[in-house]
Ligand binder design. Structure first.
Ligand SMILES: *Cc1c(COP(=O)(O)O)cnc(C)c1O
Length: 231
């Protein structure tokens, strides 16, 4: 396994220094290692190095990895676009789904979460504007979706997630994340008990931590470039 050189220590250092710089407590921040398109051996190496949380974007790709690490105590986070024909596998094999963006998906996940498991942790994915991705609920519709999710018995609404457009400088990155944080604050004021802001990737984790991220999703900086992803 040792031929995988992981950037894990470097990423932890970045998280730690961002916390110092922006007055955050490192204990509030969960590092999710995003292992999409990485081989099982890379996941095993990261788990051996102490990673407890892994993120995957494709259900079919994730299942063999989840099975191989069964019993190891790691948590699996689904962070990709979820199609309704994949909700059963997601509800059965993952601990978290970060990308709930419509009620239909939420209802299916709740109905399909196996009775022997604790409620599925979910975040609502918010589309803040800009960019390519059409995934995510518009900010105006987040409250309605939060109400629907909070009413479902087998889901536990944890917070909000976003995937903002790439920006070069820290201030521009921070503006996107600040918008998600304000939306989370508004939902809290409306009575929702939210403890999670899932935001920040390899290129913008400092900005996300500055704006209150509690969970960062880091792929490239942990594992290196994704094989076959063309950068
Ligand atoms: C791929 C991916 C990440 C990780 O991106 P890196 O830039 O490799 O750190 C995080 N979140 C989501 C939703 C992703 O699809």
């Amino acid at each position: 396994m040792t031929y995988f050189s992981l950037g894990l220590d470097r990423v932890k250092e970045r998280i730690y220094s961002a916390c110092q710089r922006f007055g955050r407590d490192p204990a509030e921040i969960t590092l999710v290692a995003v292992s999409k398109l990485q081989p099982l051996e890379a996941v095993q190496a990261a788990a051996a190095a102490g990673c407890r949380d892994f993120g995957e974007n494709f259900v079919q790709e994730a299942l063999p990895k989840i099975e191989a690490l069964a019993g190891s105590g790691v948590r699996w986070h689904f962070i990709g676009h979820l199609q309704s024909n994949k909700t059963r596998d997601a509800a059965t094999h993952f601990d978290w789904v970060h990308t709930v963006d419509r009620e239909k998906i939420a209802r299916r996940l709740s109905a399909q979460r196996p009775p022997g498991l604790p409620p599925l942790n979910v975040c609502i994915q918010v589309h803040l504007g800009g960019e390519d991705t059409k995934s995510g609920v518009e900010p105006d519709a987040a409250r309605g979706l939060a109400e629907a999710v909070a009413g479902l018995p087998r889901l536990r609404l944890r917070g909000l997630m976003t995937l903002p457009p790439p920006e070069q400088d820290l201030d521009a990155q921070r503006r996107w994340f600040a918008r998600l944080a304000r939306l989370r604050d508004a939902l809290r004021e409306a009575g929702f008990d939210l403890d999670t802001l899932s935001m920040g990737m390899s290129a913008d984790l400092e900005a996300a931590i500055a704006e209150g991220a509690t969970l960062v999703r880091i792929g490239t900086a942990v594992f290196g470039e994704r094989p076959g992803a063309g950068g």
